[in-house]
Structure formats: structure tokens, C-alpha cells
Ligand binder design. Structure first.
Ligand code: COA
Length: 159
């Protein structure tokens, strides 16, 4: 059984992430979306909130599971018995950092492959931080995040 892992902060999940999740789920038997700790970021949503938002967003996609983990991605890969990390690339600016991460993980475990998927052109401008910035300043986030989580994001920043 092929198990792929799509890791990220998902603070919060956006339609750009959803596009990658939907496409990656077609390539494997099971896709585990893993909310991990990025030590260089201070998340707005708690780990549990980010997992809950993702669970709501992936309802209806049968072979997707949502989990969280604090520790190294490579240790999580072993725990899940998975050899493939899925990452989304939006622009050239993502490349340098992602290359470093992929090589670092490869150095830690040579059996692990990182597969990069090009983002949907419609979402190449989108990031979790821009969604947070819009919501914080009462801007519209319609069409940028799944409908079922929109109100919870708005509520987080106060109506
Ligand atoms: N659509 C929309 N946005 C996208 C996207 C897409 N297709 N692909 C990436 N993004 C955005 C995200 O929204 C996020 O935006 P933000 O910076 O505004 O929040 C950004 O790109 C990516 O950030 P993040 O989700 O944090 O992913 P990351 O590539 O920085 O990796 C972890 C985060 C958690 C996977 C990584 O830090 C990790 O593996 N941590 C565990 C510890 C570890 O093993 N470290 C490596 C060895 S030291």
C-alpha cells in the first residue's frame, strides 16, 4: 500500500493546499496530511485547531487522513511507514528553501523521496499568512479557503 505524507504548518489550510491534497490523493492509496511544527513560525491557530480545520476541509475525500506530530518529519515518516513526502511549489522563491529541506531529509534517510507538485496557477499568489492578514483586517477570504472553515477563521480574529 502506498502511503504519502503531505506535511506543513497549515495555519490555516487554504484552497492552495486543498488543490495539492486533492491531486496527491489520486497518486497514492493513502495520503496523510501532517500538521507539523515549523520552529521558525509562531502559529495563530493551535495544533488542535489546525487539525480540526483540515478535517472539515477534507470531508468527502476518502483516502486522506489528518494527523499532527511534533518532532522531525523523517521520524514521522518512519512511524507512518511512508517513503514519499509531498510538497507544493508556488514560485521560484519557494525552490531554494524546499531544495534545502529535501536534501536535508534525504541526508537523514536516503530511502525517503520528496515529490514536488506545481501549485494550481489560480493559487500561486496564495499563502496562509496572506489569509491571516486579510482576516485580521476584515478583508474577504471567500474563495481562498474552503467554505466550511471560512467563518471559523473570521471568528478567530474577532468579528
Ligand atoms: N498553496 C498555498 N499555499 C502554499 C502552498 C500551496 N500549494 N504551498 C505552500 N504554501 C504556503 C503555506 O501556506 C505557507 O505559507 P505561510 O508561510 O504564509 O504560512 C508556506 O507556503 C509554507 O509553510 P509551511 O506550511 O510551514 O511549510 P514548510 O515547507 O515551511 O514546512 C514543515 C513546514 C512543518 C513541514 C517543516 O518545518 C518540518 O518538516 N518540520 C518538522 C521538523 C523537521 O523535520 N525539520 C526539518 C529538518 S531540520
Amino acid at each position: 500500500m502506498s502511503i504519502y505524507v503531505y506535511p506543513g504548518s497549515f495555519d490555516p489550510v487554504t484552497n492552495g493546499h486543498m488543490d495539492i491534497i486533492q491531486r496527491a490523493a489520486k497518486l497514492c492509496d493513502k495520503l496523510v496530511v501532517a500538521v507539523l511544527v515549523n520552529s521558525s513560525k509562531n502559529p495563530i491557530f493551535t495544533l488542535d485547531e489546525r487539525v480540526d480545520l483540515l478535517k472539515c476541509a477534507v470531508k468527502g475525500i476518502d483516502n486522506v487522513e489528518i494527523e499532527s506530530f511534533s518532532g522531525l518529519l523523517i521520524d514521522y515518516m518512519k512511524k507512518k511507514n511512508s517513503k514519499v513526502i509531498i510538497k507544493g511549489l508556488r514560485a521560484v522563491s519557494d525552490f531554494e528553501y524546499e531544495l534545502q529541506m529535501a536534501l536535508l531529509n534525504k541526508n537523514l534517510d536516503s530511502d525517503i523521496e520528496t515529490l514536488f507538485m506545481m501549485t494550481n496557477i489560480h493559487y500561486s499568489f496564495l499563502s496562509s499568512s496572506s489569509v491571516r492578514e486579510l482576516a485580521r483586517n476584515k478583508g474577504k477570504i471567500d474563495g481562498l479557503v474552503p467554505d466550511c472553515i471560512k467563518d471559523r477563521i473570521i471568528d478567530k480574529f474577532g468579528k
